[in-house]
Every structure is written in structure tokens, then in C-alpha cells.
Design a protein around this ligand. Structure first.
Ligand SMILES: Cc1ncc(COP(=O)(O)O)c(C=O)c1O
Length: 393
């Protein structure tokens, strides 16, 4: 890693929002397109039968509570089921510490609104989830993107240096299978990041949305190393069960009360029928077998895509090797005109996610995120071959 003192890319900057993202996402809906741009997996990954059963049970057995107003914190049974899963991963939390949110997006948005005032510095990964950059921008914060290893994520030495130098307000990290890099922060680095933030009085918001897709089942979150005074956790069932349910959760820790108040002002509570459906899905033990199927499906797709990229892309290309999930991150040799490659790919019926949207300023080098699970196997290999041809010019 370059010293952050001499690396001009590592400093707090105003987020320069990319208008390109909306265009990319709209284009991906084009019929016949080999879609490697999407941030969602294939429809085959949805547990439709299980959800039909769970939704039926919710309407049959608890229609009144599932159709009425309830407490802003959400369905108590669902909160207990989530707390029990977290306890199994070393987090000391009960149902009272869990708040149901409307997607993980709401957890991130509430945390930003509670923690960030205009002009304050917010640490995040480099590259970072683009909507987080948008939230930082909306709050008037400055994004400080901390150097991240291709497969190991946020670098703890860089964290320590950035905290001492720029006194940020808070730090956001997707600790497992980060979006877009797919990186997972190793246990020792997690401990060091938590320790640095505790010492500097900086709150960590740990985004765990992809953790359950890890091949090893998840491991301990950063929150397992804390009592909630430094770390808050946000997550959802969007990547594991179904994004359309919009059911997420947060363990805000010591900011629990302000978090719930803000949540209540925003939408009173999340959709009770969707909460009841997810509770039934979990209570019936349907999540873990479903996760097992997803891990097998995504693992095969990632291997296929990585091999195809290594075969077809120009020399000097680096490809991530995530320990789960359905995206790979590709760093390309410097000097390539990725906008031209993107235009050429779209004209050939292939889309990818342009890596520039994950940087508040300029990226260090051209990069792209590839979804391996949306297209069929045949399309995936063919699409990567077409991209390789365009990249080699
Ligand atoms: C890292 C990360 N956090 C949060 C979200 C938002 O999740 P949700 O759809 O549950 O609001 C996403 C969605 O792509 C994501 O990739």
C-alpha cells in the first residue's frame, strides 16, 4: 500500500455524483441484453415456493397483526429470530436491540442522518457502495475512501492513519463480500479497525447485507467485538431472501433510541405483512437450506466468470476471488478508455457496471463489476469473451 500521505486519492472529497448510473441501470432492462451490470441475482435465486407458504401462513395465522399498525421497532418475533441468528455469531444482543428497517438502505440512511453534519468527514471503502456515496453527498459530508485490498477489504493501517489525520465522524464498512469489490475483511483486521475506531471515538456502521452468502456461513461480525458503543450493524434480507420484501434490520447499539425515533418519523414502521412473511420463513427453518443452494449456485458461477475473465481480458487485469456472493470485481490495466468499451459492449448487447460509480473522485485505474448470476452460463462466457475482445481493441 502507498503511504496515504503521498497518495493524492486518499483525502476527504465532496462526492461527485455520477449521472451515468441511472442510465446504466435503465439500459440493463433491455430485452436480449447479456446483463452483467445488475446488482441483483437471477430470478431463479428467489425462494418463491417457500415465500408463498410463509406469506400464506402470515395471512392465515396472524392476519390482524400483519395488517395493522405496530411498534416502530417492528415485529417482535422477527426481531427475536434475527437476534438469535446474531447470537449464534458471537453478538450479545436480544430482540430489544434489533430494529426492523425498510431495506438495508433505510438503516444506512438513518445512520448517516444521525451521524453526519455538513462538512464532516465520513470514512468508507475504496471502492464503496455507490448509494452510500450518494447518502454522504446528500448529508453534505466529505467522503474519505480508505484504501482497500482486492480481497481483504479495508486496510487497518490506512484506517489508523486516516483517523489520526482527518478526525472523521464515522466509518462505514461492508465487512463481508463488499459491494462492489467482493472483499471480506479478515478477523485480525476487523479487530484492529474496531480498536482504532474505539480509541478515536469514531462510530463504525457495519453493513452486513451480503454476509449470509459467504461460503463459510458468515463468521463473527465486527459487532461481536463490541458492546454497541462503537459499532452499529445494518443488514437486510434483500440479497438472501427477496429484495422486493424490503425487510432489513439494524442493531444500532448506543444510538438505539435516536435511531428508532428517526425511523418512526420516516415511515412509522416497515411493512407488517412483509415482516410477518420473513418471520414465518425463518421460523419454518427455510433460510439455511435456501442459503446452501445459493452458495452452490453462486460459487459455480463465480468460478466460471473468473476463469473466462482470466482467459479473455488483457494482460495486467486483476480479478477478485470473493469467498461468496454473485459479483466479481475486475481491475484493468491503466490507460484503457472504459467509456468507449462500455459503449461498444452495449452496441454488442452486453452490459457491465462501470467501476467509476464506486469512487467519490477519480478511480485509481479502470475497473468494472460483473454480475455472474443474472445471465445464463452460456451468455456469461460469451459476454465476457465479447468484453475481452473490446478491451484488447
Ligand atoms: C452494500 C449494500 N448495502 C445496502 C444495500 C441496499 O440494500 P436494500 O435493498 O436492502 O435496501 C445494497 C444493495 O445493493 C448494498 O449493495
Amino acid at each position: 500500500m502507498k503511504s496515504i500521505r503521498t497518495d493524492p486519492g486518499v483525502r476527504p472529497v465532496e462526492v461527485r455524483l455520477s449521472s451515468g448510473l441511472t442510465d446504466f441501470m435503465r439500459q440493463t432492462a433491455r430485452p436480449g441484453l447479456i446483463n452483467m451490470a445488475a446488482g441483483i441475482p437471477s430470478d431463479d435465486a428467489l425462494p418463491v415456493d417457500g415465500l408463498r407458504e410463509a406469506a400464506g401462513a402470515a395471512m392465515r395465522d396472524r392476519a390482524l397483526s400483519a395488517l395493522g399498525y405496530h411498534a416502530p421497532e417492528g415485529d417482535i418475533e422477527l426481531r427475536e429470530l434475527i437476534a438469535a441468528r446474531l447470537r449464534g455469531r458471537g453478538v450479545g444482543v436480544g430482540a430489544e436491540g434489533v430494529v426492523i428497517t425498510t431495506g438495508c438502505s433505510q438503516g444506512l440512511a438513518i445512520m448517516i442522518s444521525l451521524l453526519v453534519k455538513p462538512g464532516e468527514v465520513v470514512c468508507c471503502e475504496r471502492p464503496a457502495y455507490y448509494a452510500l456515496l450518494e447518502l454522504i453527498s446528500r448529508a453534505g459530508g466529505l467522503a474519505l475512501q480508505i484504501p482497500s485490498g482486492l480481497d481483504t477489504g479495508m486496510n487497518p493501517d490506512a484506517v489508523e492513519e486516516c483517523l489520526s489525520r482527518w478526525r472523521p465522524r464515522c466509518l462505514f464498512v461492508c465487512s463481508s463480500l463488499s459491494n462492489p469489490s467482493g472483499a471480506t475483511v479478515p478477523p485480525e483486521a476487523r479487530a484492529r479497525i474496531v480498536e482504532s475506531c474505539r480509541r478515536h471515538g469514531v462510530r463504525i456502521v457495519e453493513d452486513e447485507i451480503y454476509t449470509d452468502l459467504r461460503d463459510d456461513g458468515g463468521g463473527e461480525p465486527m459487532l461481536a467485538r463490541d458492546d454497541g458503543s462503537t459499532v452499529s450493524l445494518v443488514s437486510s434480507f434483500s440479497k438472501t431472501v427477496a429484495p422486493g420484501l424490503r425487510i432489513g434490520y439494524a442493531v444500532p447499539g448506543s444510538v438505539l433510541e435516536p435511531f428508532v425515533r428517526r425511523k418512526c418519523i420516516e415511515d412509522i414502521h416497515s411493512a407488517a405483512i412483509a415482516e410477518a412473511t420473513v418471520a414465518e420463513f425463518l421460523r419454518r427453518g427455510m433460510l439455511d437450506p435456501h442459503l446452501g443452494r445459493l452458495r452452490t449456485f453462486y460459487g459455480a458461477r463465480r468460478r466460471l466468470a473468473r476463469e473466462a475473465v482470466l482467459r479473455a481480458f488483457p494482460e495486467g487485469t486483476e480479478v477478485s476471488a470473493p469467498v461468496g456472493g454473485f459479483v466479481i470485481w475486475v481491475r484493468l490495466p491503466e490507460g484503457l478508455d472504459l467509456d468507449a468499451v462500455h459503449a461498444g459492449a452495449m452496441a454488442s448487447g452486453v452490459s457491465f457496471c462501470h467501476g467509476g460509480v464506486f469512487f467519490a473522485g477519480a478511480p485509481d485505474r479502470p475497473c468494472m463489476r460483473l454480475n455472474c448470476a443474472k445471465a445464463s452460463e452460456e451468455e456469461l462466457v460469451r459476454g465476457i469473451g465479447i468484453l475481452g475482445g473490446l478491451l484488447k481493441g
